[in-house]
Unconditional design. Structure first.
Length: 202
């Protein structure tokens, strides 16, 4: 990694660390936390909004990597999709993180768009492998259409978490109210319950 990349990463990591600790974000505090000069910040970011955006992108893409790691031995692509949605909600269980993300809705929506190819590929693979009898390309078309709207639903999920509810309970409520892949109801509930059991064992 080039020195410039290391410096930019250090700045972004400093923001994420401070958010997790509930610390006030400013150019001065970021510079101090990242052990960089004050002016260094402006070589990479024009303002705080830009570094918040970059930090959110890193947090969300990191969550996608967690799914790959936790499910490395999982054969069901449909389960991977359903579990991915749980991980998205679990990401916000910390109060500081949730408030930060609520305050930056455009950045978080753009970040989740970056995960679409991964979940779409999971579904395409599930269709190719005929994981469920009624699964077809119609489900993939429905899924791609619905993904545009699910990101905004997460805003309400975040608020539920801030009330002190557990991520798995918020997930269950959300998933029982929407069927993003348009699976038969019984099949849809089967995967929700699989996620619940998987989480209970963790």
């Amino acid at each position: 990694m080039k020195k410039s990349q290391k410096t930019q990463t250090a700045l972004v990591d400093a923001v994420i660390e401070m958010i997790n600790k509930g610390e006030k974000i400013s150019v001065s505090s970021i510079s101090k936390k990242s052990k960089t000069a004050y002016g260094t910040f402006y070589r990479y970011f024009n303002n705080l909004d830009e570094i918040h955006h970059a930090s959110i992108i890193k947090v969300v893409t990191g969550a996608a990597e967690v799914v790959d790691l936790e499910l490395r031995n999982e054969k069901s692509n449909l389960f991977k999709i359903y579990y991915s949605w749980y991980v998205a909600i679990r990401l916000y269980q910390d109060e500081y993180m949730a408030n930060w993300l609520i305050a930056n809705p455009n950045s978080i929506n753009e970040a989740w768009v970056l995960t679409q190819p991964m979940t779409s590929q999971f579904l395409a693979d599930a269709i190719a492998q005929k994981e469920e009898p009624d699964l077809s390309k119609d489900n993939l078309r429905h899924f791609k259409m619905s993904q545009t709207y699910i990101f905004w639903t997460y805003q309400n999920a975040l608020r539920e978490l801030l009330k002190g509810r557990k991520p798995i309970h918020v997930y269950s409520d959300l998933m029982n109210s929407v069927n993003l892949i348009n699976l038969p109801r019984k099949t849809h509930k089967k995967y929700i319950q699989r996620v619940q059991r998987f989480v209970d064992k963790q």
